[in-house]
Design a protein around this ligand. Sequence first.
Ligand code: TMP
Length: 237
Amino acid sequence: MKTGLLYEGKAKKVYQACGEPGKLVLSYKDDATAMNGEKKATFVGKGRLNNEISSRIFTYLRAKGAETHFIKRLNETEQLVYRTEMIPLEVVVRNMAAGNIAKRLGIEDATAFDPPIVEFYYKNDELGDPFINDEHALFLTNVTPAELQEMKNKALKMNDLLRELFSKVEVILVDFKLEFGRNAEAQIVLSDEISPDTCRLWDKTTQDKLDKDVFRQGTGDLLKVYEDILKRLERII
Ligand code: TMP
């Protein structure tokens, strides 16, 4: 199904799909990193959990009309996607204060943002993925002002869909990160993954953290909480 390794990131490997130049195989790794790679660990089974969770979420978003790179889950740790030209921006949507924004702006954790806040970060490991404004994004990438606005609109639309989804399984979507790419028709489509690695997910009743913060903060069992999220999603999608 796959041939040459094209790229290896912190959580995934990207391969060329065999005989299909317009398609890629994403292989989810068991590695976890935090603080821009300073903290590292391996959790056997994390790759399978994130592949299953992300595949279900992308299938749900596609059914709701969102354009994504996702084609299908291939096996426990791999999925087939359309090749996109990745835009080197991380688009973060925040419904409540946590993590970076709480620290940077001195906002108490769990303070609600209504309307939600959309932020851009420049994807660059050497620089530590700095927080940037719209003009920086236009200068640093080849996106047009209209495409930047389109990414914001799409991120907010995904936020509505994902909040609705997680709410059905008693989970609060605190914040999350998206990445976009251009497909063969030069349209901006959702790419990368959506998983407990890339979202903050809190139990609605207990506010327990069900995401990578348990690893970042060393406060819980990563595999147990990711399994919990998968089990909840399996009930509805
Ligand atoms: P932050 O509070 O650290 O900026 O994170 C905001 C959200 O984005 C959180 O759900 C985690 C996610 N995220 C990533 O997926 N990758 C990253 O590199 C960073 C910095 C955050």
